[in-house]
Ligand binder design. Structure first.
Ligand code: PGA
Length: 248
């Protein structure tokens, strides 16, 4: 079962999710967490950065794992996940570089890099923060992905390549593949948070929660996880019946 929490506006959503994360980190300062990039988490990361500046939370003892990364595009492209996570969070908080773990699509031996990444997520992560694609992907685990999937190279769905224009910019070369933490490590994490805002996510949010669990919508596989939370603003929750909401 996924606990669904709805906030009235994108602003209250970002404020509360950031405060929740800051208090998670204050309770578990040595937590090992995977973090997503993209448009959705940016206002949350601004709030977390603010909490760190204010001394309410600290990444000093934490470990951060990048959830996924685009391949076949320059490492310094503005849409690379590593670049986005630095811009929106890592450049503003007190995480030492050696406590940051990133996926390297340029690795000579990609399979070995992925296997080492999986090994570094043993024991399972304390917290897995995810966005959700309009096709139900989590990380770059596209429709059809097995729940047993490991960290690996993946081909992107054409709609994911197209959607990445909002990260890379008009006219830039867009990625057709990437590397991602697999569903196996996602499902093994102690706590999962899924973040979704805006009306473009309302249909997939409804389908993920109410249609049968299926690999055609990878996020629906998280319904079997014992501690999974979905944080929505009103627009993303607009197609849900009231009964599916949990108390925050
Ligand atoms: P977005 O991406 O936050 O930019 O909407 C989410 C995703 O595709 O996982």
């Amino acid at each position: 079962m996924i606990h669904v929490v709805r906030y009235e506006s994108p602003e209250t959503w970002a404020e509360h999710v950031a405060a929740r994360f800051a208090s998670f980190l204050a309770d578990e300062p040595a937590a090992r967490v995977a973090l997503p990039t993209g448009a959705t988490p940016e206002p949350v990361y601004a709030g977390i950065s603010e909490a760190v500046r204010a001394g309410i939370a600290s990444f000093r003892r934490a470990h951060v794992f990048l959830l996924d990364e685009f391949g076949g595009v320059p490492p310094d492209a503005k849409g690379r996940c590593d670049v986005m996570l630095h811009r929106s969070l890592l450049d503003h908080v007190d995480l030492a570089p050696e406590r940051y773990h990133r996926l390297d699509p340029e690795a000579e031996d990609l399979a070995a890099m992925c296997a080492a990444y999986d090994a570094s997520m043993t024991p399972p992560l304390d917290m897995m923060v995810l966005g959700i694609g309009r096709n139900g992907h989590v990380g770059m685990n596209e429709p059809g992905t097995s729940p047993e999937s490991a960290t690996r190279r993946v081909e992107l769905a054409p709609s994911t390549t197209q959607a990445s224009v909002r990260y890379f910019g008009e006219g830039a070369a867009l990625p057709t593949w990437g590397v991602t933490i697999g569903l196996s490590a996602i499902l093994a994490a102690r706590t999962i948070w899924i973040l979704a805002t805006g009306d473009s996510k309302a249909d997939i949010v409804r389908d993920v929660l109410l249609e049968p669990v299926s690999t055609t919508r990878p996020a629906s596989l998280l319904r079997g996880h014992p501690n999974c939370w979905l944080f929505l603003d009103a627009a993303a929750a607009a197609k849900l019946p009231v009964g599916v909401l949990s108390r925050g």
